[in-house]
Design a protein around this ligand. Structure first.
Ligand code: GTP
Ligand code: MG
Length: 381
């Protein structure tokens, strides 16, 4: 358990809740049976009653919850059903090195064929197309630069990016956050493509960047290493195509990106907010399976039926395949970025899972508050 109400805990160890209330009272803690206590308190109570209390991580707890509904998160189905999916890319780098400008440049330059108006919606992620060896290849960019989104998602064990573009300004060079970003990518085990940006500036020195990164073990291909370095200008829109090609080539060389499009969809929430007219709106990234309008889903503690899906062009779409981002309407609440979503059998199951998760979140919050309160009392005395 990750904090639990005394009533729930009492039920688990088969004692009367009143007994626990009394025990805590004896220890100087005034807690009612419906209130939640933290893990340490549960362990203490368990010990007193000769029980070994095992504290389960939130991830494991959630896995258990889903298993009780016969759902396995991350199940990829039968290998014979797998097919190639586009890479999902995050842009990282030091402050002011041009991450936002680059994401804008890519968004403007590479619209999928037949999309006259270009990308119009800022939904937190978008897909573009590029020609590589005469073949149209798609790439999904997560449009929320910075390590924060990345770290939050990794902390939740739901890594969403396959590859990172590391932006380094050619007039500034490798800086602390460049290294930090590099370390994040390494820890997540994702390959990187280096975008040497701002080459339009007279003081740009791309050779210096290659040398600096070599010292950190990121060796350019032209020096015999395996990392592609691409010189670009996000502002003057120079060589954006070259960067996209490098992303595809790197993905092809070091990743085997496949997914089963024929199963129920599972994926991750990129961002979510409450829209005045439309209610909770979540941008999700499908990681496996195909998401369809009308299906029942759970996203973190939110549930609902997919009422509509909107892509980055503002079009309503009826289905979303692996690596496709889409804005989903119809959820009961606003899920958190980095939380997982999945399709379940029906509305009832979706609601049950969501309610259990919500109850757990509430219990964990309450337990946290209690600890704080106890600490405050302690400090005041
Ligand atoms: P943070 O989000 O604050 O970390 O910055 P960022 O990495 O998103 O940088 P951003 O895209 O906001 O660019 C920072 C500044 O550099 C802006 O003034 C951009 O106009 C400028 N800039 C970005 N790319 C280029 C480029 O290729 N050439 C030149 N000359 N300026 C650029
Ligand atoms: Mg920015």
């Amino acid at each position: 358990a990750r904090g639990a109400s005394l009533t729930d805990f009492a039920e688990k160890i088969n004692v009367e809740p009143a007994q626990l209330v009394q025990m805590l009272f004896g220890l100087g803690e005034m807690v009612t049976a419906t209130e939640s206590v933290n893990d340490e308190t549960l362990e203490l109570l368990g010990e007193e009653l000769n029980y070994v209390v095992q504290v389960v991580s939130p991830e494991d707890e959630d896995r258990e919850l889903l298993e009780s509904f016969d759902i396995e998160l991350g199940d990829e189905g039968d290998e014979s059903d797998w097919s190639v999916r586009p890479p999902v890319v995050t842009v990282m780098g030091h402050v002011d090195h041009g991450k936002t400008k680059l994401l804008d440049a890519i968004r403007d330059a590479n619209v999928i064929e037949g999309e006259a108006g270009g990308i119009t919606q800022h939904i937190g992620a978008y897909q573009v197309a590029t020609q590589v060896d005469g073949e149209e290849r798609k790439i999904t960019f997560i449009d929320t630069p910075g390590h924060e989104a990345f770290t939050a998602m990794r902390a939740r064990g739901s890594q969403s990016s396959d590859l990172a573009v590391l932006v380094v300004a050619a007039d500034d060079g490798v800086m602390p956050q460049t290294i930090e970003a590099l370390n994040h990518a390494k820890a997540a085990g994702v390959p990187i493509v280096v975008a040497i940006n701002k080459i339009d500036k007279p003081e740009a020195d791309p050779t210096k960047i290659r040398g600096q990164l070599t010292e950190y073990g990121v060796i350019p291909e032209e020096y015999g290493g395996d990392t592609m370095f691409v010189e670009i200008s996000a502002k003057s829109r120079i060589n954006i195509e070259g960067l996209l090609e490098a992303v595809v080539l790197t993905a092809d060389a070091s990743l085997d990106l496949q997914a089963n499009a024929s199963q129920d969809a599972q994926g991750i929430v990129i961002e979510a907010h409450l829209d005045r007219g439309r209610g909770p709106v979540a941008t999700i990234l499908v990681q496996r399976g195909t998401l369809r309008v009308g299906e029942s889903i759970v996203a973190g503690p939110a549930h609902g039926r997919v009422r509509a899906m909107i892509d980055e062009y503002g079009h309503e779409i009826t289905e979303a395949t692996p690596s496709r981002p889409a804005m989903v309407l119809g959820l009961s609440a606003v899920p958190g970025a980095g939380q997982s979503f999945l399709v379940v059998e029906d509305d009832r199951m979706a609601r049950q899972i969501a309610e259990k998760r919500e109850a757990r979140e509430r219990a964990a919050q309450q337990a946290k508050r209690r600890v704080r309160r106890t600490l405050e009392d302690f400090m005041a005395s």
